[in-house]
Write a protein that binds this ligand. Structure first.
Ligand code: S3P
Length: 441
């Protein structure tokens, strides 16, 4: 455990750059490992989750080398040529690595065992086991479809048409990645759109992939199997999910005026910034541009009074990882913020609804938990009390730790987080960047 108390020493000012997007970083390593020839990636997130993916792809035959900070070189083996890993694949805390790699293994003639930490071992894998079993893979999992689990890939796998029962980019991606080495056309029907990095990147790597909207408004994604992927040069944009913590911190701490450079603003990811603007937050997009096929801008965020709102549940998939820090913003707003449709938050790295309810209450906020969200009555801009006699419990969840660090900056007596180590899974430079932004004051 590495406990730490967070308090504001001053406003957040100057310019910062957050690390590369986690979703795109995972996919860069996986797809490059399946392309024949050398791919180069810059701006790769070097967090523990992505390093778990790199280790797993190496264990399955890819040649992966770090050539500089955020700079990686990958020599892939080709679709269909993944090797059987000699040992269990340790996924650490990373649900994305686990679910996407289960998809890759499912259509290769290999067997792999997946293990993970205490948080990952509680998370449901049945949602990927179901479609991948239909494709012919065989699974032996712990009760409840949890890790550790063993996958025996099917060769050849059977193409399926799969309608997603939950709005999950991980499930969508697992099926598409399995489809890469499956003869025929694999189809995923997505009634509610989720992050579309897999689709964009598969196309970028040369796969034949189409997206159509059907009569009911669902996205129908078709991928032609036995694909031949071509190596790419990829520049990974900054992670909006990491920028989120600094955006909310700058909105809440008086006197702040911060520019967060190079933030990915893919519409399937960026709803938090719209919601914060609806609440009255001053967030400007500067120098909008395209980086690696994704929309990107610098965000200028200034301290602003916020007003509570009812968050439209339709935006949930486009900000699914940002609710912990939105709850912190709501805790300092004027009036009530109501969130609904957040059932999926209960199966993230922790149950984020109940973890944030407990954490915010401890910091002095007025919060009520419902089955599918939180109802928060804000302080009207006054800092939270903070200073509880025991630390916030983060349950091995990086986003609970960072959200409550932000709450600490907006509190009188500071907020103590029980363990900051999980922050390294997605944002190893978080504490250093925060210290730097506050020093620039
Ligand atoms: C991710 C999808 C989301 C998100 C996770 C990353 C991805 O999970 O929470 O952090 O890269 O596909 P779900 O697909 O389970 O919603």
């Amino acid at each position: 455990m590495r406990p730490r108390r967070f308090t504001a020493t001053g406003p957040l000012r100057g310019r910062i750059r957050v690390p590369g997007d986690k979703s795109i970083s995972h996919r860069s390593l996986m797809l490059s490992s399946l392309a024949v020839g050398e791919s180069r990636v810059t701006g790769l997130l070097e967090g523990e989750d992505v390093l778990s993916t790199a280790a797993a792809m190496r264990a399955m035959g890819a040649d992966i080398e770090r050539t500089g900070p955020g700079e990686w070189r990958i020599n892939g083996v080709g679709v269909g040529a993944l090797l059987q890993p000699a040992q269990a694949l340790d996924m650490g805390n990373s649900g994305t690595s686990t679910r996407l790699l289960m998809g890759l293994v499912a259509s290769h003639p290999i067997t792999a065992c997946f293990t993970g930490d205490a948080s990952l071992s509680k998370r449901p894998m049945g949602r990927v086991i179901a479609p991948l079993s239909e494709m012919g893979a065989t699974f032996t999992a712990y009760p409840g479809g949890r890790l550790p689990l063993m996958v025996q890939g099917a060769a050849p796998a059977v193409p399926i048409a799969y309608r997603l029962p939950v709005a999950s980019a991980q499930v969508k991606s697992a099926v598409l990645l399995a489809g890469l080495n499956t003869p025929g056309t694999t189809t995923v029907i997505e009634p509610v759109p989720t992050r579309d990095h897999s689709e964009r990147m598969l196309r970028g790597f040369g796969a034949e992939l189409t997206v159509e909207i059907d009569g009911e408004g669902a996205r129908v994604i078709r991928l032609r199997g036995e694909a031949d992927l071509k190596p790419q040069v990829i520049d990974v944009p900054g992670d909006p999910s990491s920028a989120a913590f600094f955006a909310v911190a700058a909105l809440l701490v008086p006197g702040s005026d911060l520019v967060i450079e190079n933030v990915g603003l893919n519409p399937t990811r960026a709803a938090l910034f719209d919601v914060l603007r609806q609440m009255g937050g001053s967030i400007e997009e500067l120098d909008a541009r395209d980086v690696g096929g994704e929309p990107v801008a610098d965000l200028r965020v200034r301290h602003s009074p916020l007003t509570g709102i009812a968050v439209d549940p339709a935006v949930v998939p486009s900000m699914v990882d940002e609710f912990p820090v939105l709850f912190v913003a709501a805790a300092l707003a004027t009036g009530r913020t109501v969130t609904t449709g957040l059932e999926e938050l209960r199966v993230k790295e922790s149950d984020r609804i109940s973890a944030m309810r407990a954490a915010l209450e401890l910091a002095g906020a007025t919060v009520r938990e419902t089955e599918d969200g939180l109802i928060i009555d804000g302080t009207g801009g006054d800092p939270l009390r903070g200073g509880a006699n025991h630390p916030v419990v983060t349950h091995l969840d990086h986003r609970i730790a960072m959200a409550m660090a932000v709450a600490g900056l907006a509190s009188k007596a500071g907020v103590e987080v029980d363990d900051t180590r999980p922050i390294a899974t997605s944002f190893p430079t978080f504490e250093a960047l925060l210290a730097g932004a506050m020093q620039a004051a």
